[in-house]
Ligand binder design. Structure first.
Ligand SMILES: Nc1ncnc2c1ncn2[C@@H]1O[C@H](COP(=O)(O)OP(=O)(O)OP(=O)(O)O)[C@@H](O)[C@H]1O
Ligand SMILES: [Mg+2]
Length: 405
């Protein structure tokens, strides 16, 4: 943008929205394409109108081009629920989704807006006037409506006690999840001093996360995005560097802001939490869709896992915990019966001791699933549980908000 120019002409000629606020549209007919282009002319280079529909939009979002809003023609689709659910998996939560179509029924409108959470629906035929009046103001509005939209799916991973394998589970679940779902995932390491996720992935984080956690007023979506490192095409990592020896002063406000910004950018956020969970991080228990509680088969671990599970229940009002019994067959560990008695119920996931190769993986800076393929099979139930909330339930049975308002 020509924001630095002081001349009125330059300011007037500048596009209304910034380069980060691109709009892409897929319209099924030539007239509609021309009308949309005319109505949104003021967006200039920030507008990209193509012939197409829902299928083209889904394919487009798989390519990871950053946009802030999309307009999609769903004419001729009597029941677009399944395809909209598919779109929701690849379209970042922060993207506004406007739909246009030929169905003028109020039930259809309610379905799209109230049940599926589309930003708005415009009946066809589009006119330049309707585009300018109903669509343009929503596309250039800079205020982010935080209240209603669907944010990314937050998964917390915490050890009942230190050293039980929480970071191992977090890193490898994040990798497997990123390979199983089509959206963007991020692994957030909330240890500021002794985090190990970066080490496990041979990554070198910068100071971004620490700055964002300590001074929430200094960070925004772009700052957070730049603080992330690419692990794989669909997985990023945000972790603190270990450079500073001063004690970090993280506030709950800082944690909330970082998680909120990540939930606007990413479809899935897997967070590795320190044990015990610091006060500034505890509020996340109320926001998380799943809390993975990792324990060993020993008495102190089971006792602490049970307490942690109860905290999740209290904070969330429903049982969102997934208990993982790690190194279940450890020498001297408790039997299956005693573990169940200690936890008050069987663990949802059981991972055996996978031997020295697990430690070797850490020392080589390789994800354990690469070095020990059996781990993949053991983690699959966790990945399935997390992914199915967004993929399997959405299309027909349980409608959930798919998009941001
Ligand atoms: N199922 C397993 N079999 C064998 N080794 C394992 C298994 N799970 C984890 N480990 C090993 O246990 C060690 C500790 O794991 P990890 O660092 O993930 O624990 P943690 O709970 O995150 O520890 P901390 O409390 O220090 O953060 C690592 O060397 C890891 O490779
Ligand atoms: Mg750890």
């Amino acid at each position: 943008m020509a924001a630095s120019s002081s001349s009125a002409a330059a300011v007037a000629a500048a596009p209304i929205i910034s380069a980060e606020r691109k709009v892409v549209a897929f319209i099924g007919d030539e007239d509609g394409v021309a009308t949309l282009r005319a109505g949104l002319e003021s967006l200039a280079d920030n507008l990209d109108v193509r012939r197409g529909g829902l299928r083209h939009a889904i394919r487009f979002f798989r390519t990871l081009v950053p946009v802030s809003a999309c307009v999609i023609d769903i004419s001729g689709e009597p029941d677009p629920r399944a395809e909209l659910a598919e779109l929701a998996q690849v379209c970042p939560p922060e993207v506004l989704v406007f739909l246009v179509g030929d169905n003028t029924g109020i039930d259809f409108y309610r379905l799209l807006i109230h049940e599926l959470g589309a930003t708005d629906y415009l009946p066809k035929p589009l006119t330049r006037d309707s585009v300018q009046r109903l669509l343009l103001p929503r596309l250039v509005g800079t205020a982010v409506e935080l209240a209603d939209f669907r944010r990314g799916h937050l998964v917390l991973v915490c050890g009942a006690r230190g050293g039980v394998g929480a970071s191992t589970i977090a890193v490898n679940v994040a990798l497997q999840l990123a390979n199983s779902v089509q959206g963007q995932s991020v692994l957030l390491d909330l240890h500021l001093h002794d985090g190990t996720t970066a080490m496990m992935l041979s990554a070198k984080p910068g100071p971004g996360l620490r700055i964002a956690l300590e001074s929430p007023d200094r960070s925004d979506g772009l700052f957070i995005e730049r603080a992330t490192l690419t692990v794989e095409s669909r997985l990023r990592l945000i972790a603190a560097d270990d450079a500073s020896d001063t004690a970090p002063s993280i506030t709950a406000a800082g944690v909330d802001q970082v998680v909120e910004l990540l939930r606007q950018k990413f479809n899935f956020i897997v967070a590795d939490l320190p044990t015990p969970i610091p006060e500034s991080v505890r509020r996340l228990l109320t926001v998380a869709r799943h809390v993975v509680v990792v324990t060993h088969p020993d008495l102190p671990g089971l006792r602490d896992a049970k307490v942690l599970r109860q905290s999740v229940m209290l904070a969330a009002g429903t049982d969102r915990a997934i208990t993982v019994l790690n190194r279940a067959n450890q020498r001297g560990g408790l039997s299956k019966e005693l573990v169940e008695r200690g936890l008050g119920k069987p663990p949802e996931v059981v991972v055996p001791d996978l031997g020295a190769k697990m430690l070797e993986a850490v020392n080589l800076g390789l994800p354990a699933v690469q070095r020990v393929p059996a781990l993949r099979r053991h983690l699959q139930p966790i990945v399935r549980e997390i992914a199915s909330v967004n993929t399997e339930q959405a299309p027909r049975r349980k409608f959930m908000r798919l998009f941001r308002r």
